[in-house]
Write a protein that binds this ligand. Structure first.
Ligand SMILES: [Cu+2]
Length: 216
């Protein structure tokens, strides 16, 4: 199969893309961090908290704070959760500065503003000062523009007793791997359904599974 240099570069960018997390109203009417940097291909992941909710993220211009930019993005109004797993994500398309604000009530005027990749001569403090003077706080007409809104699953902890000791995710991983191996026809069909299991048994079954795999 033929890959052009462009394809390779795109793949490389995908590999190195990172997620930049920004908290929205995590205990205060602000974005945290309110200044950060991101590379093209990175994902800005806004985590909405339920403090004084709902809130929004709107892309604005430095010169006209609290107003949508011509190439705006808009999360819509999001209620958030106590843990901030209610998220709005948008992919960074260029290294141009991204000034943004919350369009709820007078949150923009009250300092709920942020920036990604600010130029050296423009700061979030300057944007906040200008925002304070804005006559109105304007949201785009659409309910959502670009990006995607999702409620991320919360972490589920599954307890597994090993020799009567406390559970450990590593042992759970081993047990799952064992289950996979035994599923391929090893003599033992030990269930890993969450019940007590001793360590020697786990490795014994793994060894058996390994032998079975060699014999296939
Ligand atoms: Cu807000």
């Amino acid at each position: 199969m033929f890959y052009s240099i462009i394809n390779v570069l795109v793949l490389a960018a995908a590999v190195f893309a990172k997620t930049v997390s920004i908290d929205v109203a995590n205990g205060a009417l602000n974005f945290n961090p309110n200044t950060t940097t991101a590379d093209v291909g990175d994902v800005l992941e806004f985590h909405f908290y339920s403090f004084a909710a709902p809130h929004s993220v709107v892309k604005g211009d430095f010169d006209s704070p609290c107003m949508p930019a011509s190439n705006t993005f808009f999360s819509g109004y999001i209620d958030g959760t106590p843990s901030g797993n209610d998220t709005y994500s948008i992919t960074v398309k260029s290294t141009d500065p991204i000034w943004f604000y919350c369009s709820a009530h007078k949150h923009c005027q009250n300092g709920m503003v942020g920036v990604v990749n600010p130029p050296s001569n423009m700061t979030i403090a300057m944007y906040a000062v200008a925002a304070k003077q804005a006559a109105s706080n304007v949201a785009p007409a659409s309910t959502m523009i670009s990006g995607y809104h999702t409620t991320m699953p919360t972490t589920t902890t599954i307890s597994l007793s090993v020799n009567g000791n406390s559970s450990s995710s590593m042992m759970q991983t081993i047990a799952q791997a064992t289950s996979t191996i035994t599923g391929k026809g090893a003599a033992s069909s030990t269930s890993t359904g969450g019940g007590p299991m001793n360590t020697a048994g786990v490795f014994g079954v793994m060894a058996a599974g390994g032998l079975a795999a060699l014999m296939v």
